[in-house]
Design a protein. Structure first.
Length: 311
């Protein structure tokens, strides 16, 4: 059989190459609709996608004033997992809260902070001064309580201290419609959400997609390999989860003044231009990669321990 010669375009016919998208590809791009955000914006709830070492799953998150929320009940969770409870227990000694952290991470951070610690002097005052100071402290505490009640805090699709993660959008929607107990059902918009949500609505925004499974490996790569966006977003979701799921050890590891909080601030500064970005990059060079990766390994492990995977 004679070999057919390849098609050659006419002079006025455009020639396609590997970099020119076909008409069919153009149609696909044009016809692909963006996810409808009207439902989520109206009900003030967002779909979230979280990747962990065990897999990737979908859940929901909302922000509401603290006074409007009942915290998740962790009593049963801690009874089922005494190891988790022991590692997160908060003991009171001499009226000071002491949070038990991962021992190896605590030892490393203690070595880094040793040279920075300085003894603080104590000023002697009269009994009247002490009473005035006590009254002032009480007034400030009352004001702080009021402000805390108005502050918007995160709440997730969780139950009894466990984060519910679904491996498919269909299984997530099926759960929402089932009427099963969960911490988001206390929201005034929950019933409407359960009636209206469809699997196609579960399309998290880029800023609601978190890759906790990549954090430790990225930190181990050294300062030059660190991904600021990845690490900053990981800190945001870890803080939200630690608050909502009552993980005091994680909150403490990410609290203001901690080594991981210093890492977060330096990363945020480094992405800015000008002098601030330059100083941020200099601060990053002083942060120990081993301490950072070990701390985040601990955080990811503690979050993974309170995930309830659903198919």
């Amino acid at each position: 059989m004679a070999r057919q010669s390849p098609h050659r375009p006419d002079a006025d016919e455009p020639e396609l190459d590997d970099t020119t998208p076909s008409a069919a590809e153009d149609e696909v791009e044009v016809d692909r609709p963006a996810a409808d955000r009207a439902l989520w914006d109206e009900l003030r709830v967002d779909p979230v996608e979280i990747a962990l070492p065990a897999g990737t799953g979908f859940t929901l998150r909302a922000y509401r004033p603290a006074r409007e929320l009942t915290p998740t009940d962790v009593a049963e969770r801690d009874q089922d997992d005494p190891f988790l409870a022991r590692r997160q227990v908060v003991e009171t000694e001499d009226d000071e809260e002491v949070v038990i952290l991962d021992e190896e991470f605590a030892a490393l951070t203690a070595e880094e902070d040793e040279d920075e610690e300085r003894p603080k002097g104590r000023r002697r005052g009269t009994d009247e001064d002490a009473d005035d100071a006590e009254d002032a402290d009480e007034d400030e505490a009352d004001e702080a309580d009021e402000d805390a009640g108005d502050e918007e805090v995160p709440v997730f699709l969780s139950h009894r201290g466990k984060l519910l993660l679904f491996k498919s959008t269909e299984s997530l929607v099926s759960f929402i419609r089932s009427g099963a107990p969960n911490d988001l059902s206390q929201l005034d918009s929950w019933n409407e959400l359960s009636e209206r949500v469809e699997p196609g609505d579960i399309a998290p925004l880029d800023e609601d997609t978190y890759e906790l499974d990549l954090v430790v490996e990225n930190l181990r790569g050294g300062h030059d390999a660190w991904d600021p966006t990845l690490l900053i977003e990981a800190g945001e979701i870890a803080r939200d989860l630690a608050y909502a799921l009552q993980l005091p050890a994680v909150l403490d590891m990410l609290s203001a003044g901690s080594s991981l909080d210093d890492l977060d601030e330096a990363l945020r500064a480094s992405v800015n231009g000008g002098l601030g970005g330059f100083l941020g990059r200099r601060r990053l060079k002083k942060i120990g990669a081993q301490t950072a990766s070990l701390g985040w390994r601990t955080i990811v492990g503690k979050i993974s321990a309170v995930v309830d995977w659903r198919d």
